[in-house]
Write a protein that binds this ligand. Structure first.
Ligand SMILES: C[S@@+](CC[C@H](N)C(=O)[O-])C[C@H]1O[C@@H](n2cnc3c(N)ncnc32)[C@H](O)[C@@H]1O
Length: 215
């Protein structure tokens, strides 16, 4: 199946061909129920919803968790994209439009809700810290989770552990960003390596960037 990750006029964590590499994973596993930890400006979310609709019609669900500019539980243990602090764009027109004319924070819940409004019946966006939120959710039906929220050791282990406990034995996919040499974050890599060792899980490295774990 041909995939085409659209970038829109917003920021995305998956630039260049990374979006297509990511969508190929969806195409391989064909989930109906998807979770993204770390929605950012919603670009991956929109691509995921479009793809899920193409393969499932209206029978799909996307759940997205993000701080959306709100408070983290701990300020010490998170590495945040610099963009979130002051929303700077290298393109001066984008800067003018978003920061001065629309005055729209692209990582706010309101902005992402509006960006995804055509999928409003199939999505659930939750504002909060995954260290708190994840344990309160019903995750039993999640077939594919993209773990790309807080990048500290503690948060990555929390996210992995809660998903593993809910999904163990279901052959669900946990795809973690920032694992391989193409964008490695040491805390992320260490958290994943330590977790899979304890639980005796296998990691497949996708294009030297994503860690794929099937639980
Ligand atoms: C790298 S960005 C995600 C990129 C996005 N997946 C994409 O493809 O465009 C990380 C996001 O995680 C969010 N985040 C950071 N710590 C978090 C936490 N503890 N719980 C939930 N979201 C968190 C940030 O607000 C940010 O929007």
């Amino acid at each position: 199946m041909k995939v085409n990750y659209k970038s829109y006029w917003r920021k995305s964590g998956l630039k260049g061909n990374w979006g297509n590499i990511f969508l190929k994973q969806l195409s391989e596993h064909k989930p109906k129920n998807f979770l993204e930890i770390g929605v950012f400006c919603g670009v991956t979310a929109k691509n995921v919803c479009k793809f899920l609709k193409e393969i499932n019609g209206d029978n799909f669900k996307y759940i997205g968790i993000d701080l959306f500019g709100g408070e983290k539980i701990s300020n010490n243990d998170e590495i945040e994209p610099k963009f979130l602090k002051n929303q700077k764009f290298s393109n001066p027109i984008k800067n003018l439009v978003y920061n001065y004319i629309l005055r729209e924070k692209l990582n706010s819940l309101k902005s992402v809700e509006n960006f995804l409004k055509e999928y409003k019946n199939n999505i659930q966006l939750i504002q909060g810290d995954s260290n708190m939120i994840l344990k309160s959710l019903d995750l039993q039906n999640i077939e594919f989770a993209f773990i790309d929220g807080g990048h500290s050791y503690k948060t990555v282990q929390n996210d992995l552990d809660i998903l593993y406990k809910n999904l163990k034995g279901k052959k669900s996919v946990l795809l973690c960003d920032d694992y391989g040499k193409e964008g490695e974050i040491t805390e992320v890599k260490n958290a994943i390596d330590d977790y899979v060792k304890i639980k005796n899980l296998k990691v497949e490295v996708i294009e030297n960037r994503f860690a794929k774990i099937i639980v």
